[in-house]
Design a protein around this ligand. Structure first.
Ligand code: MG
Length: 384
């Protein structure tokens, strides 16, 4: 069967705040082929991503993404990988292409799973191992807020929690110490605490290094994103100065960037968002590479359950941790339902249903839909 249509739906909360919460808007992708549909979500700014789908050809390596997708044959995993390769060949000078491809690739795997009546993970492995869920949250505005949030996730049965962004790294070392201490105190000593400093130190090795003592003192399981994704030298040097595992990878826009963090950044936890890295195809490449290098692969997800399912599919044979967003927007919950439930052991696994096992309802999303019309020389080239 051939890909007949690719539709993109820009969804947005009425009020988008300047906070580290990527679930306040969304770009959903629907692909249609042979009477089947598949859904994917781009972890990307929606408008530039729509532009990448349709922007008129600039030159041979800067073509609209849809040129490499519409009309392509889908008859198995190899055919999805062929679409992936075609987009990379025809769009490598179009920097938003991997974000757009991410949603399309996820939707193609969802569609293939529905055609075959099989969950996506079953194309990679015969087993689907549960992983310990970690509740993913932002640091509170004050240590007291962080303490209360940590208490709450412990009460909900999570064995692990991550706190990130918010005020961390924006004030003094002592301010950060109070925040991490509050998270540890709220969680208790028997749960895993993870800290995400959200790239706040950019390339500043010494600013980051001043926090090493805090992370060691409060037995933090990993230190996520001290630096910008490309700061490989700083990651590598910091990794030699602390036994705390460095985690990064959510900012990787293709499999190569993630592999570089492993090979040259000293990162021992690699976190991949299928909605950003180029979809499930690229994420699976990273998962296999991480395993060969003894690096802990973990999903990155801070949006809907559709995105969470997509990010759980590429590493079914592994145990370890899985990120479960617990503070997402009303929009994210409208896309894929309430917070993903954890079992009695505090674990999660990719769904057993065909495809991704999550089917968004456009009816339920109607009030979030944004009307888009893009014109070129007075002629509409995209409406939704
Ligand atoms: Mg993060």
């Amino acid at each position: 069967m051939k890909i007949e249509a690719v539709d993109a739906f820009y969804l947005r909360m009425p009020d988008v705040k300047c906070i580290g919460d990527g679930s306040q808007d969304a770009l959903l992708i629907r692909v249609s082929a042979g009477g089947f549909t598949g859904w994917g979500e781009c972890e990307a700014s929606p408008l530039p991503t729509i532009a990448a789908l349709i922007a008129p050809i600039s030159h041979s390596a800067c073509q609209p993404v849809l040129n490499s997708v519409l009309g392509a044959t889908i008859d198995g995993p190899a055919s999805i990988r062929a679409v992936h390769r075609a987009v990379h060949t025809n769009c490598f000078d179009l920097l938003q292409a991997d974000h757009a491809l991410s949603g399309i690739d996820i939707a193609l795997w969802d569609l293939l799973g529905k055609v075959e009546g099989a969950p996506v993970w079953s194309f990679f492995s015969s087993v689907n191992m549960p992983k310990t869920a970690y509740a993913s949250q932002l640091f509170g505005a004050t240590p007291e807020d962080t303490f209360a949030a940590a208490k709450e996730v412990a009460k909900l049965g999570y064995l692990a929690a991550k706190f990130g962004w918010g005020p961390i790294g924006t004030g003094s070392v002592e301010d950060d110490r109070h925040q991490v201490a509050a998270a540890r105190e709220g969680l208790g000593l028997d749960r895993t605490l993870l800290v995400d400093t959200g790239c706040i130190f950019d390339h500043d090795l010494e600013m980051a290094a001043q926090r090493i003592g805090i992370l060691e003192e409060f037995q933090v399981g990993w230190w996520e994103e001290p630096f910008a994704t490309g700061a490989l030298a700083e990651y590598s040097t910091l990794s030699e100065r602390t036994p705390v595992s460095l985690a990064a990878g959510e900012g990787a826009h293709n499999a190569d960037q993630a592999k570089h963090l492993i090979d040259y950044g000293g990162v021992t936890t690699i976190q991949i968002d299928t909605g950003r890295v180029g979809g499930i195809t690229a994420a699976r490449q990273v998962a296999e590479y991480a395993r060969s290098k003894n690096v802990h692969y973990v999903n990155h997800t801070f949006t809907s359950n559709l995105a969470l399912s997509a990010s759980l599919q590429p590493y079914p044979e592994q145990i370890g941790l899985a990120e479960v967003p617990t503070q997402t927007s009303e929009l994210a919950r409208a896309i894929g339902g309430d917070t993903w439930s954890i079992d009695a052991e505090g674990a999660v696994a990719a769904p057993a249903e065909p495809g991704l096992g999550i089917i968004p309802s456009l009816e339920a999303l109607q009030s979030y839909r944004q009307a888009i019309e893009i014109r070129w020389n007075g002629k509409p080239i995209w409406t939704s």
